[in-house]
Design a protein around this ligand. Sequence first.
Ligand code: FDA
Length: 402
Amino acid sequence: MTKHYDVAVIGAGAAGMMCAAVAGQRGKRVVLLDHATRLAEKIRISGGGRCNFTNIGAGPQNFLSENPHFCKSALSRYTPQDFLGLIKKHRIAWHEKHKGQLFCDDSSEQIIQMLRAECAAGDVTWRMPCKIAFLRKEGEGFVLATDGGDVHARNVVVATGGLSIPKIGATDLGYRIAKQFDLKVIEPRPGLVPLTFDGPSWQPFVPLAGIALEVDVSTESGKGRAAKRGHFREDLLFTHRGLSGPAILQISSFWTPGTPIMLDLLPEMDVAEELISTKTTQKKQLGNVLGQWLPARLAEGLLAANGLALDARLADLPDAKLRKLGDAINRWAIVPNGSEGYKKAEVTLGGVDTRELSQQSMMTNKVPGLYFIGETVDVTGWLGGYNFQWAWASGYAAGNAI
Ligand code: FDA
C-alpha cells in the first residue's frame, strides 16, 4: 500500500525517535522506519543498562569533527537541561555520576519508553521491522522502496547511526545514501574502543590483565589544521590483548594508527625525583618502594619490563637507572597496533561531512528535503553522555526545521 508522509525518518534510534517526536508534535505526518526487531538496542545497552543519557557540561569542546564549529548551533538550541526537562516530565528518576554524567536510577528502558510516548504524542506511524531496499528522489519528494511497499515522503531524515556493534543492527545505509546523492563522507573508523598491542611486545603485560588505576593519557598527531591532541585523566584497565577502561576509550578517538599514546601511571608524582631524593635514606628494595605507589603486580611487571630486579636495593642503583624507570612510569609511550574494532567500539568516528549540511536544520545543501542526524554525521562525542546529547540535539534541530 502506498502512503504519503511529510517526513520519513530512517532509523528509530536515539536521534531518529527524537526527530520523529518533535516533527510529529509540530503537526507533520511522520513515519519512522527501522529494520530491527527490538527497538533502540543501543539505548538499551548503554551506560551498563542505565543509559548515560546526557552530560550536564556538554558543549562543542567535547566533540570531534573535521569541522569542529558545526555542532555549536544544534547543541546550543537543545541543551542537557532541555533533555532533563523531558526526563522530569516523564518522572524518570536519575542521578549524576563522575564528571557531569547523568544516568537513570533504574533502567535505560525508561528512556526508550519515554521517546516512544513522545512519538505517540506526535501521532508517528511505525514501520518496524521494515527492510529498506532503496531511496530515490521523485519530483519534490522521495520514494522509499521497502519490503512493506513504497513509502512516499516530502522529506527524508537519515538516522541510521554508525557501524559500531553490527550484531545489534548497525549498517552502512546512511553512508550509502550519502554517496548515492554525491555527498562527501569522512572515512568512518571505530571510536571509544579498547586498543590492542603486538603479541610479543605485549607478552610481559599479559599477566597484568584486570589491574585498574587512574592515569593521565595523551596523544598527539598531525600538524596545523589537521593536528589532533587528546588529554584525559581517567581509569586505565589492563586486558589480555591490550588496554581498555575510560582513559583508553577516550584517547582512542584521538589516536592515529602508527603514533604512540603517552601514559603517566602516577600523575601526582615525579617518580624519578622521588626515587633519587629518597635513595640515601631508603634501604628498601625497589619492589617494595614501587609497591607503595602502584598495585603490586603492576610494579612487578614494570620492573621486569625495564630489566630491574624486584629485590634490587634502591640505594645501590645509579641515578640514571632510576631516571629511566621514572620515565617508564611517568612517560610511558606505547604504539598500539590497532583496536578491538567495531564489535567493541561505542561509536563511529567520521561520517557524513558536515560541510554538506546546514548547521541550523541538518538538511543537505545539495538535496533539498534530505537530512542527516545523529551518529551518521561526522560529529562524535567523548565518553560520558555526549553522544546521546548530540543525537537529541541534532534530532531536535531537524524535527523542528522540517
Ligand atoms: P542509533 O545507533 O541509536 O540508531 C540507529 C538506528 O538505525 C537503529 O535502530 C538501527 O536499527 C537503525 N538502522 C541501521 N541500519 C538500518 C537499515 N539499513 N535500515 C533500517 N534501519 C537501520 N552514548 C552516550 O551518550 N551514553 C552512553 O551511556 C552510551 N553507551 C553506549 C554503550 C554502548 C555499548 C554503545 C555501543 C554505545 C553507547 N553510546 C552511548 C553511544 C550511543 O549509543 C550512540 O552514539 C547513539 O545511540 C547514536 O544515536 P543514533 O540515533 O544516531 O544511532
